[in-house]
Design a binder for this molecule. Structure first.
Ligand code: AHR
Length: 660
C-alpha cells in the first residue's frame, strides 16, 4: 500500500514537472470565486422592440392583409380592383359617424355580377406567407340591405394558381354591421400569396376590416403574433422588453407620436397613423408603412409576460423627434402627456374595476401586468427635455413612487449633449439613464472599460440601444457580421464586470424584414416564412442565458482583462445553479491559449462545459439558408482548479462549471 502511495506521489510530481512550465508560460487569468461582487439584476439582458423594418405590421403582427381598413392616405393602397368594374362600382366612403378612429370603408355596388366579374386583390406586405395545410382565418366586417350577395375569398400564388378558396353568403342584418368568418386551407406553401375577394349577386355591400391571419400564431391566439418570431425572443429568456421604441415614440411630429391609449380596446377602433420610418430614409422609402396598432399596448404587455420579461414602456415626453420637426408641447400643455403616464400605471397594474384597469380586464387580463419601470422620452435632448423630464419625475414619483423612471441621454454616448444630460440627470437622481451607441466594432472594443470608472452610486445605466456598425459599404443583412458580434461580446464583458452600474442592456433594432427594411444591422432577420438569428443575436442570447447572479473578479496580473492582446474576459457566479461562468472573447486574428485559475476553497467539478461562437471569416453572416456563426458545445477538463483553453480567432466562449 505504502509503495503504491509513493509511486502515485512520484507520478504526480513528474506530471507537475512536465505540465507547470507550459502552464506558467501562458498568460493566466485568476477568478476570485469566493468573493462575489455586485448582484446582477434579472433584467440585465433584454429586448428593444420598435416597429421599424416592418417589425410589427408586416412582421411579428401576423395580419397578412395590408391596409385592411382602407385608412392609408391612399385608401386603396395594397388593393387592386379586379374584373370589369364600371365607374362607381367600388367607392371609399369616409364617415366619422360610422367610426371616428377609422372612418373609411368600401362600398361595392355588386349589380348582378357572377364570380370573376368584380373583386379586389390584396397584395399583402409584398406577398403573404402561407403554409400548406395551415388554416388561414379570413374575417371582414360588412353591411348590406340585400339578400343574395356571396363573398368568395381565394388565395392565389404569384403565377395565378388557386391554392385555397371559401365562400359565404352575406346576410342582411337590418342594415347593421356584422362580421363574417371563413377558413382558407392552402394546398401549398408560398411566401408570396395574394388574397382575392370576388363578389357575386346583386345589391350594395359595405366592407371594412378585411383580415387574414394564420391559425398557428403564438399560443394560437386569434389575430395574434407570428409564433416563429416570438419563439426567438422567448429563447433569449430576456430580462425586459422595451417598447414601442425608439424614435417611433416621438413621431416625426407630435400629431404622429405614439399614444398608447389609441392602441388598446377593440382593434377596429384603434386609429391608424403613418409609420415614421415610411419616408425617413430617401434611399429606403417604404411608402406603404403604416401603424395599424393591432400590436398595441395590451399586446406588448402580454408579450412581455409570455416571454418572462419585465415590461418597459417608453412614452412621449411632449417632444417630437428632434431630427425631424422637433415640435415641442408648451409646458402649460404638458399635463395630458404626464396623465398618459399615470394612467398607464393604472392600465398595467390597477384593479380590474379602476377606469384603465377595466380596459385591461375587458381585453382579457384582469390580473396586473406588474409594471415597474417607465421611460420618459426616447432620444430627446437639451434643456427643453430636462424641463419636461423634471415635471414628469415630480408628478410620477408623487403618484407612483414604486415606478422606476428611465431618462434619455440623447443620441450619442459622448460629447456636449451627452455630458449635459448625464450630469443633469445624475443631479436629479434619475433612476436610470438610457445610453445609446451605434458605433464601429473598433469603438466597442475600445470601450470595454467604459464603465470601470463610472460613479458606483446614484443613477444606474440602461444601455438601451446599441449595435456595432460595419462601414456603410456593408449593406442590409451583410452588416450583421461575426466581427461586429464579437466586438459586442467584448463590450458586454465590460457591462457584466460593472453590473453594479449597468442594470439593463438591449441591442437595437430587433427585427428586420428582408423585403422591406430601413435600418441595418438588426438582431433578427425575417421573411414571410423564415427567421434567422444573426451572430449578434447569438451573442445576446449567450449572455442572457448565462447572466449569473453576482459578478466575480477576473484579473490578469491584477488588472481586468479588457483588450490585452485582443482578449476580453469577465466572470459571474450563479447562485441558483452554483456554477461559475467565465466569458472570454478573442477579438484577434490568431488562436490564443489562456489559463484560468480558480481561486476558491470550494471543490470544483472536473469538467467545464464550453460554448463557443466563432466566425472563421470575420465577414461571415447568418442567412436564411446557412448559419455558419452558431454556438458550438465542447468540454474541457479542470485540473487542480486550473483550466487551459484555446481561444479561436474572432471568437466568444462561455465556460461553465459547478462548485460543491
Ligand atoms: O434603433 C433605431 C433607432 O435608432 C431608434 O428608433 C432610435 O432611438 C435610434 O436613433
Amino acid at each position: 500500500m505504502r509503495s503504491i502511495i509513493i509511486r502515485r506521489l512520484l507520478q504526480t510530481c513528474c506530471l507537475l514537472f512536465i505540465c507547470l512550465p507550459a502552464f506558467s508560460q501562458t498568460t493566466t487569468f485568476t477568478v476570485f470565486a469566493d468573493k462575489p461582487g455586485a448582484d446582477i439584476q434579472p433584467t440585465m439582458y433584454g429586448i428593444f422592440f420598435e416597429d421599424i423594418n416592418m417589425g410589427a405590421d408586416g412582421g411579428i403582427y401576423a395580419e397578412l392583409v395590408k391596409n385592411r381598413s382602407f385608412e392609408f392616405n391612399q385608401p386603396l393602397m395594397g388593393w387592386k380592383v379586379e374584373g370589369k368594374p364600371v365607374e362607381g362600382d367600388i367607392l371609399v366612403l369616409h364617415s366619422t359617424d360610422y367610426n371616428k378612429s377609422n372612418p373609411n370603408f368600401l362600398r361595392v355596388h355588386v349589380g348582378n355580377r357572377r364570380k370573376g366579374e368584380l373583386g379586389l386583390t390584396n397584395e399583402g406586405f409584398k406577398g403573404m406567407g402561407v403554409r400548406k395545410n395551415i388554416t388561414c382565418h379570413f374575417s371582414a366586417r360588412y353591411r348590406t340591405a340585400n339578400a343574395g350577395i356571396t363573398l368568395h375569398a381565394e388565395l392565389v400564388t404569384p403565377d395565378g394558381k388557386l391554392i385555397a378558396s371559401a365562400a359565404t353568403a352575406m346576410s342582411p342584418g337590418n342594415g347593421n354591421w356584422q362580421t363574417t368568418n371563413m377558413e382558407l386551407l392552402p394546398a401549398e406553401e408560398t411566401p408570396a400569396a395574394r388574397l382575392t375577394i370576388w363578389l357575386e349577386g346583386n345589391g350594395t355591400l359595405d366592407l371594412d376590416m378585411i383580415s387574414l391571419f394564420p391559425a398557428n400564431t403564438w399560443k394560437n391566439r386569434p389575430k395574434g403574433l407570428r409564433a416563429d418570431m416570438v419563439q426567438l425572443l422567448a429563447d433569449m429568456k430576456p430580462g425586459f422588453l422595451r417598447f414601442p421604441g425608439g424614435c417611433i415614440v416621438e413621431g416625426k411630429d407630435l400629431a404622429n407620436r405614439f399614444q398608447w391609449k389609441k392602441t388598446v380596446g377593440l382593434i377596429e377602433n384603434r386609429e391608424l397613423i403613418i409609420n415614421r420610418w415610411n419616408t425617413e430614409f430617401s434611399h429606403r422609402l417604404t411608402p406603404d408603412y403604416f401603424q395599424s396598432f393591432g400590436l398595441g399596448f395590451f399586446e406588448y404587455f402580454q408579450l412581455a409576460e409570455d416571454i418572462g420579461a419585465a415590461p418597459l414602456p417608453i412614452l412621449n415626453c411632449g417632444m417630437a423627434c428632434q431630427f425631424n420637426t422637433a415640435e415641442l408641447v408648451p409646458m402649460e400643455e404638458l399635463q395630458p402627456y404626464i396623465q398618459d403616464a399615470i394612467d398607464l400605471v393604472e392600465f398595467a397594474n390597477g384593479p380590474a374595476n379602476s377606469r384603465w384597469g377595466k380596459v385591461r380586464a375587458d381585453m382579457g387580463h384582469p390580473e396586473p401586468f406588474h409594471l415597474t419601470m417607465i421611460g420618459v422620452g426616447n432620444e430627446n435632448w437639451g434643456p427643453q427635455y430636462i424641463e419636461r423630464a423634471r415635471e414628469f419625475a415630480r408628478q410620477l414619483k408623487a403618484a407612483h413612487p414604486e415606478i422606476k423612471l428611465v431618462f434619455s441621454s440623447g443620441t450619442d454616448p459622448d460629447g456636449a449633449r451627452f455630458n449635459f444630460l448625464n450630469d443633469t440627470l445624475r443631479k436629479m437622481n434619475a433612476d436610470f439613464i438610457d445610453e445609446h451607441y451605434y458605433r464601429s466594432p473598433e469603438w466597442f472594443l475600445a470601450n470595454a472599460s467604459r464603465y470601470d470608472n463610472y460613479p458606483r452610486t446614484g443613477s444606474k445605466v440602461f444601455a438601451g440601444e446599441y449595435a456595432a456598425h460595419e462601414p456603410s459599404s456593408f449593406v442590409g443583412a451583410s452588416r450583421n457580421t461575426a466581427r461586429a458580434a464579437i466586438a459586442e461580446a467584448a463590450f458586454l464583458t465590460g457591462l457584466e464586470r460593472n453590473a453594479d452600474v449597468v442594470e439593463m442592456a438591449s441591442y437595437a433594432p430587433l427585427f428586420a424584414n428582408a423585403e422591406q427594411w430601413q435600418w441595418a444591422p438588426d438582431l433578427i432577420w425575417v421573411n414571410h416564412l423564415q427567421v434567422v438569428g444573426t451572430p449578434s443575436y447569438q451573442v445576446q442570447k449567450m449572455y442572457a442565458l448565462n447572466k449569473g447572479t453576482q459578478t466575480l473578479s477576473l484579473l490578469s496580473e491584477n488588472i481586468a482583462v479588457a483588450g490585452q492582446d485582443s482578449i476580453y474576459a469577465s466572470a459571474v457566479y450563479d447562485a441558483h445553479t452554483r456554477e461559475i461562468i467565465v466569458k472570454v472573447v478573442n477579438a484577434g486574428a490568431k488562436p490564443v491559449t489562456r489559463n484560468i485559475t480558480v481561486n476558491t476553497k470550494r471543490k470544483l467539478a472536473g469538467k467545464v462545459a464550453v460554448t463557443t461562437l466563432s466566425g472563421n471569416e470575420p465577414d461571415a453572416v447568418n442567412t436564411f439558408s446557412q448559419q455558419p456563426v452558431m454556438p458550438v458545445n465542447s468540454v474541457v477538463d479542470i485540473n487542480n482548479k486550473r483550466i487551459s483553453i484555446e481561444l479561436r480567432p474572432n471568437s466568444f466562449s462561455i465556460l461553465k462549471f459547478g462548485t460543491r
